[in-house]
Design a protein around this ligand. Structure first.
Ligand SMILES: [Zn+2]
Length: 209
């Protein structure tokens, strides 16, 4: 559930993680999930099918998105949409003035423009069955526009655990890859996007924190 603390803003759960206040009700679990699925579809996968226009960097008009959303869900409001994205610990979306976009996870074709930072190692979790093929061929995006790499072993393991029981984590030598001209975009503290990673930068890594 999403609630709002007067001091600290929107949060998930029953208590503000900053001050412990119970805040005021904004959205229940079921609607949070439905709205989350709608927004993911709209901003990552099929903006055009529902009547949105998206620029090359993934931005769509916030008012138009709200009109479409409110037509579909009577209970949906702009405040609830903003609450959903601001309380999201994964920081999937961002709103800026009159526009909104997904920060990552696109299957629709976009050309994102995040800054590049200096990197050392990045991580990518895969299943035991996939690992040999990736080490040999490199990592390319499957259903998504970009390859999504994690900034820590733990996050990569966590992400892969959704799809497989025994994840193996591949380490990406991002520093060398950057020196060789590969471009990496820092989306948030956890995720870095890139077009593809050739096999020479990949190795299997033993479990670590
Ligand atoms: Zn608070």
């Amino acid at each position: 559930m999403i609630r709002k603390c007067n001091e600290d803003g929107y949060f998930r759960g029953h208590e503000c993680p900053e001050c412990g206040d119970s805040g005021r009700y904004v959205l229940d679990d079921e609607r949070e999930e439905r709205l989350g699925r709608f927004i993911s579809g709209a901003l990552r996968h099929f903006p055009y099918d529902i009547g949105l226009e998206m620029d090359t960097q993934g931005w769509v008009d916030l008012d138009l998105l709200c009109d479409i959303m409110e037509n579909r869900y009577r209970w949906a409001t702009e405040e609830r949409l903003i609450a959903l994205i601001e309380s999201d610990v994964k920081r999937r979306y961002e709103a800026e003035g009159s526009r909104i976009r997904a920060r990552y996870g696109h299957s629709v074709n976009v050309d994102l423009d995040y800054p590049e930072n200096e990197l050392t190692y990045l991580y990518y979790g895969v299943s035991l069955e996939e690992v040999d093929m990736l080490l040999e061929n490199g990592i390319t995006p499957l259903r998504q526009r970009y390859v999504h790499l994690s900034t820590s072993y733990r996050k990569a393991h966590e992400a892969a655990s959704v799809h497989t029981e025994n994840p193996v984590v591949i380490e990406v030598d991002a520093e060398s890859a950057q020196q060789d001209g590969l471009f990496f975009m820092n989306v948030n503290d956890d995720i870095v996007l890139t077009d593809e990673v050739p096999p020479e930068y990949l190795s299997i890594v033993a479990a670590k924190e």
